[in-house]
Design a protein around this ligand. Sequence first.
Ligand code: BG6
Length: 469
Amino acid sequence: MRDQNLKQFPAHFLWGASTSAYQVEGANLSDGKGPSCQDVKELPEGTAPLDICADHYHRYEEDIKLMAEMGFKVYRFSIAWTRILPEGTGKVNQKGIDHYHKVIDTCLKYGIEPLVTMFHFDMPDALDQRGSWSNPDSVEWFVEFARVLFENYGDKVKYWLTINEQNMLTLVGPLIGTLRIPEGTDNVLKETYQQNHHMLVAQAKAMALCHEICPQSKIGPAPNISLVYPASCKPEDVLAAQEYNAIRNWLYLDMAVFGRYNNLVWRYLEENDATPTFAPGDEEALKNAHPDFIGFNYYSTATVQHSDITDELDPGADQQTARGEAGYYRGYQNPNLTKTEFGWEIDPLGFRANMREIYSRYHLPLIVTENGLGAYDKLEDGKIHDNYRIAYLRAHIEQLKLAISDGVDMMGYCPWSAIDLVSTHEGIRKRYGFIYVDTTDEEVGTLNRYKKDSFYWYKKVIATNGEDL
Ligand code: BG6
C-alpha cells in the first residue's frame, strides 16, 4: 500500500477510557444496592471478591480528578442497575440515584463528558429469580430501568450506551457470570437466542425511549466486534469466516441499526431449531431503534477454518478465543499474531480492518468503547513501567488514525481501562488501567493510586490530539 496522507484526529475527538460498575466500584451491597448476578455467582478460584474492587464507589472524586489530569474528554462508566432499582423493578433507591448524580457532576466539573453504559454484565439477582431474560417481561424491566435513567440524568448525559457486549453475554455468558438459562431447559441454544431476542427488543425500545425523553442525547449499542479472518484462502475457510462473522458480530449490529436478523444467523438458528419467538410489536420496535452511533469494544480479531459436522471441538473459550461449532467454523490460532500474557492475540492492523468494515456496513459514527492490554503490572518504588501497554495502545492509535484517513467517521477512543479493576474471570492481577490500584487478589491493600508510565504517555497523546504518540 502507498504512503497515505494522514488526516488529523477531529478537533473534538473524545479521548478517554472506560470502566464498569461491578468491576471497579466495590461497595456492592452498600447504601441500598441490591445483589446482581455478579454478587451471587461463585467466584473463579483465586480472584478478588467484588466488595471492594478499586473502591471507586468511595474514591470516584480522586479518580476522576486523575482522569482530568490525563486530559480526558470523556469517561465511560456503567450504572449498576441494582443501585438504582435494588429489585430490578419497582422501588427506586434514592441513594443510588444520588451517587451517580455526584459521579456525573464530578465529570462535568472537569469538562469530561460522561458516556454511560446502562447495562454491563450485572443483571439484578431478583430478576434472575424471575426467569432472567427468558421471561418475556424482561423487555419491560429494562425499559423501566431506562426510563428512570433518562428521567434522572437525561439533561446531563449526552452519550448513552445500551448493553455492553450483548454478543459475549450470548456466546460466553456463563463464563462472565451472567445469562442464566433456567434449569431443566431442553433446548439450551433456543433459550439462549430467545434471551438474546428479548435483549435486542429491550435495547431497541430503550433507544427509542432515549430519543423521546432526551432528544438532545445520543445513544448506541456496544458489542464486542472482532472481525473474523479465514485461516486460508480456501473457499471453505472463507465461508466459515462468514458464518462466524455473522454469528459473532453482524447479528448484533444488523439488528441495532437495521432492525432485522442477519440472514446467515437466521438460517443457523433454523437449522438448530433455535429461532426465537417474536411477541406482537417486536418487529416494529426493532425497526424503530435508530441508534445515533455505534460503540464497539475491540481486543483482537478472530480466525477460523472450515469445520465438518463430525468435528469434536473444544468448547472452552472466553471473549476473545474463537470457539468452534461443528459444521460451521472452527477456531484457529493466527500464526501471524503475537499474544498477551493472558493469551489474547494482538492485532492492531486488524483494528483498522475492523473499523473499516463496521463503517462500510453501517455508516454511523463510531466510538471505541474498549481496547487494551491485560498484564501483570509491577509496582516498584511507586512506579509502574508498563512500556508493553504503551506499545500496544500506540500501535492501535496509529491504526485508528489510518482508519480516519480511510474515511471512517471516528468519534472517540476509550481504552479499557481508566483504572485497574477486577477482570471478568481473571481477578485484579490482570490489570488494564492507566492508574494502578494497590490491592491484590489475595488481600486488600492500601488502595492507593499510582500513575503508571502509560498515564503520562496517554496524557501527552491527548494533549497533542493524537499527534505525538
Ligand atoms: C470486555 C468486557 O469483554 O473485556 C469487560 O466488556 C472486560 O468487562 C474486558 O473486563 C476485559 O476482559 P477480561 O476478561 O480480561 O476482564
